[in-house]
Design a protein around this ligand. Structure first.
Ligand code: COA
Length: 202
């Protein structure tokens, strides 16, 4: 979506920047890794398809994406592309709640710290929370949702620690769905975890 095209979000250890054409080559290289494809349930794309995907993430109203920059690496290299370590995004949809005859605005979340040497340092945690906070503040969302492979214990642990709750399991896709309703209690918890600092991005 266009909402974040000119902004960056500054955290303690990460900076979230909008996904631009200049980032596509590095992103496409990451996604050639079969392990990352498996963990993120993604298909490998050609570079042309990746450029089309970047354009769609930028223009479609139901998609919000940021790339994750390591603040430490950026302070050393001053090079944004070199300092990219992953991405985080949301896909928005509206579900019908037939029992109550209402509509539920759902945001499905994804996070990837693609560079293995940058994992387990709190970057995934901070990047995901910053995106959740930004979206909670700027978009009408009733609940966040995440779908994770059974085997991906790291990611399941992380979202459980973010107070997501398992709601569904499918043996066919070997996938678990966790969700987090946007309640006042959870917003207060989120506000204790991260502070949202938004600056102009050019
Ligand atoms: C899952 C992922 C995003 C976690 O990001 P990260 O930066 O490595 O993790 P963090 O250091 O921020 O850890 C946050 C929490 O995640 C969980 N976690 C992360 N790594 C873990 C590990 N190796 N073992 C168990 N739990 C782990 C823990 O709950 C951790 O909290 P803690 O440090 O208080 O124990 C990262 O491993 C990743 O990108 N993996 C590949 C892609 C992927 O699986 N994406 C998710 C698809 S649904």
């Amino acid at each position: 979506m266009k909402l974040n095209e000119n902004i960056k979000i500054i955290g303690s250890n990460v900076i979230l920047v909008p996904y631009e054409a200049k980032h596509v080559e590095k992103y496409n290289k990451w996604m050639q890794d079969p392990k990352l494809q498996e963990l993120t349930a993604s298909e490998p794309l050609s570079i042309e398809e990746e450029y089309r995907m970047q354009t769609s993430w930028r223009n479609d109203d139901d998609k919000l994406t940021f790339l994750v920059v390591s603040r430490q690496l950026f302070s050393e290299t001053k090079d944004e592309i070199e300092s990219l370590v992953g991405d985080t995004n949301l896909f928005l949809r509206i579900d019908e709640d037939e029992e109550n005859n209402t509509k539920v605005r759902v945001a499905e979340a994804e996070i990837m710290i693609a560079e293995p040497s940058f994992r387990r340092q709190g970057l995934g945690w901070e990047a995901m929370l910053l995106l959740l906070k930004y979206a909670q503040k700027n978009l009408p969302i009733d609940k966040f949702e995440v779908k994770i492979g059974f085997e991906n214990v790291k990611s399941i642990n992380m979202f459980e620690k973010m107070k997501f709750i398992e709601t569904y399991r499918t043996e066919v896709f070997k996938e678990v769905t966790l969700e987090r309703k946007v309640t006042n209690d959870w917003i207060s918890w989120l506000d204790e975890q991260v502070q949202l600092t938004v600056e102009q991005y050019q």
